[in-house]
Ligand binder design. Structure first.
Ligand code: CA
Length: 426
């Protein structure tokens, strides 16, 4: 089926500024609370949220086989479970309805008032009920940097890393939408000069610049999928800040891996940008050497050219850009991650989320965490207000942004932001 929604020449009758992340070619999906306190599934064009539940009730999706309540829900799980054909039909229909030359909704003032909201009138929610969340470790630069800092610069990359998309099972209960403040976690750490651990607020609070993909139902328990099919099951992507407490992590992670240093909060951007919308920005991923085993062998362009930026904003201060990375730096691609995840028969369901792992590039300004940017605090970063940061301080806000751009169109993700509040007293 043709993705007519991606037509770069299409203009819309909704006002969209030139630098907007949300032109008519984006059409992401999200969940929001309207001014009347009604929760609905919607999309976004420019700075306007569009109520898909209301559009459906008014009959605008009549020629697509959808259940009556598909958009009148507080999560996208059922819509995602309907599969790629439905996602495409709905995106194509939205593009058609908001096309500059289509008078049907454009000239119906009463309907327009029912379905279109200014962004400041709505409150974004988590877009999916995330059943399971897995976090990968897919950037070679990041894995090498962390291996050098935590273990041994001479053997920074462990031998399995170039053969397996390394990952661990995370926790979905603490995944929150952009704008939700987080608490500095308390935890157990062992200072380098002490023989016994202490308990208290983390001193090394960090962000991780990541993206995450949301899946539809992939496989039945026991049945792996082939890598050629994997793209079919990926609904779309969000920005993802996998907040980390490095001192808690460093003490607890051996032998079973990340635990309380990671699961206290993870922030996502609220609009899921579909893989279909990102199609014009496909690029090849880094060359893999040694060659992966046959079940992980991929052909063609399997990555995406997505510019990724991280900013720190002190309270009442300005934002400072601290990281300038790109999704295309990831060594292991999403299709390899998903294929590997099901290779033992583990079942992946609609609404599951897979984090990429911190996406660091080859140059120091492209590192995706404070741990790497300051080399564990050795080289502090100067912010525009003159203050320095080794890690994230109380009342700092961390903002991730991401976008793709070519000569025709810019497709972005909006903000993934979170403010750090002081720890609760122990
Ligand atoms: Ca992570």
């Amino acid at each position: 089926m043709k993705i007519t929604a991606n037509d770069p020449t299409r203009k819309t009758w909704i006002e969209v500024t030139k630098d907007s992340d949300f032109p008519i070619q984006n059409i992401p999906f999200g969940v929001f609370l309207t001014r009347d306190d009604i929760i609905t599934i919607g999309t976004r064009i420019g700075d306007f949220a569009i109520d898909l539940g209301a559009l459906h009730q008014l009959g605008y999706f009549a020629d697509i086989p959808l259940t009556d309540d598909i958009f009148l829900q507080d999560t996208l799980n059922d819509f995602i479970a309907d599969g790629r054909k439905t996602w495409r039909l709905v995106r194509n229909k939205i593009a058609e309805l908001f096309d500059k030359n289509n008078a049907l909704l454009r000239d119906n003032t009463e309907h327009r008032e029912r379905v279109i909201f200014a962004m400041e009138e709505v409150e974004m929610q988590l877009p999916v009920d995330i059943g399971d969340y897995t976090d990968f470790y897919a950037s070679k630069e990041h894995a090498t940097n962390v291996g050098s800092i935590f273990r041994d610069p001479k053997n920074a990359l462990l031998p399995n890393w170039v053969h397996i998309p390394i990952g661990y099972h995370g926790r979905s209960s603490s995944i929150i939408p952009s704008g939700t403040p987080i608490r500095r976690p308390n935890g157990q750490t062992k200072p380098a000069d002490a023989n016994t651990p202490i308990f208290g607020p983390t001193k090394l609070l960090d962000f991780e610049l990541e993206m995450a993909f949301i899946t539809t139902d992939v496989n039945k328990l026991g049945k792996p999928i082939a890598i050629e099919e994997a793209t079919e099951y990926i609904f779309g992507l969000v920005l993802f800040n996998d907040w980390s407490a490095r001192d808690i992590q460093g003490w607890e992670y051996i032998p079973l891996g990340p635990f309380l240093g990671k699961n206290f909060a993870s922030t996502i951007s609220p609009w899921i940008v579909t893989l279909d919308a990102l199609k014009p920005f496909k690029v090849k991923s880094p060359k893999q050497n040694p060659k992966p085993l046959p079940y992980l062998k991929q052909h063609g362009k399997k990555s995406y050219d997505i510019h990724l930026h991280a900013y720190i904003q002190p309270e009442n201060g300005e934002e400072t850009l601290v990281s300038n990375s790109n999704f295309k730096y990831m060594y292991w691609t999403m299709v390899q991650q998903l294929t590997h995840h099901t290779s033992n028969g583990c079942n992946v369901r609609a609404g599951d989320m897979m984090g990429s792992g911190t996406i660091s590039g080859p140059t120091p300004d492209s590192y995706g965490s404070m741990l790497e940017l300051t080399w564990r605090g050795q080289h502090p970063i100067k912010l525009s207000d003159g203050t320095e940061r080794k890690f994230i301080q109380d009342n700092d806000t961390v903002i991730l942004r991401g976008f793709c751009e070519n000569e025709h169109v810019r497709i972005g993700f909006g903000d993934c932001s979170g403010k750090v509040l002081p720890a609760y007293e122990k």
